[in-house]
Ligand binder design. Sequence first.
Ligand SMILES: [Zn+2]
Length: 290
Amino acid sequence: MVKRIFLSLFLLTTVFYLPAQSDITYKADNWRGSSHYKLIRSYNPFLARVRALAGKQVKVAKAGSVTYDKYTYTILSLSYTPPKPVKKRVLLVGGAHGDEPAGPEAILAFFRYVKKNPKKYADIAIDAIPMMNPWGWTHSKRYTGDGYDMNRDFVLFVTKEAQIVRDITRDKKYDLAIDHHEASQSGAFIYTYTDGDEIFAEDLINTLRKNGYAIATSGNSRFRWGLFDGVVRIPAFSGGSFFRNRSTIARYFNEGEGTRSYTMETSVYKKFNNRIDCHFFVMEYMIGEL
Ligand SMILES: [Zn+2]
């Protein structure tokens, strides 16, 4: 009898306490807490460089903030308003993974370029969140200070970082969204999320190669969907259990009607400036193709 009561209690506890946690599979194993990890980059100079982009056509705003160990990190957004009526809208995001630093730098470089060339972008509005995970970047960690991979958090939105990106883009309709990442591969590559979009991706890869950028031709076994000549194809129907409770940022924006959305990756084995240039090239190319 006593045994049976214990068994019932055990089962009840299991039923009530397990589900919410067990679905979150994108938290780092053995996460030791944000205070355990060493600060390797200071955030204020980066913020100052973002703020310095403000001008007639570029607005810098606070998208939100995250706090870890009593330190509050402001997350800034950039919005470029073109001189003529807006025909297309673009979203550029970077820094989801703090140990992939080329994306945030490239977005700042691209905004400096756009600011100087408003005629080239006369009817294209560009929004950006160059640093989505500042704790990760300052500590050179993939994860947020709570140990989550924010680039899997676009279904459940447990991280404040993902909530900020969702909230600031909520009412916008983008024609193009690019999320900038880096990976331990031999060269650059791109994820596509729509059937048929790989043609566009292949053109981009060919153009990158012609311009001297190394391309990752085959991925290692970490690639669930396979990497072939610079393109990872994630078809629209894919995912099943994998995407049930998690989604990448680019896949989330791809679900918006009419948004072409990509995850762009450069190789961490290349020189930093080459990686920044590569991300910059992709932004210029893709926006040019709109
Ligand atoms: Zn990444």
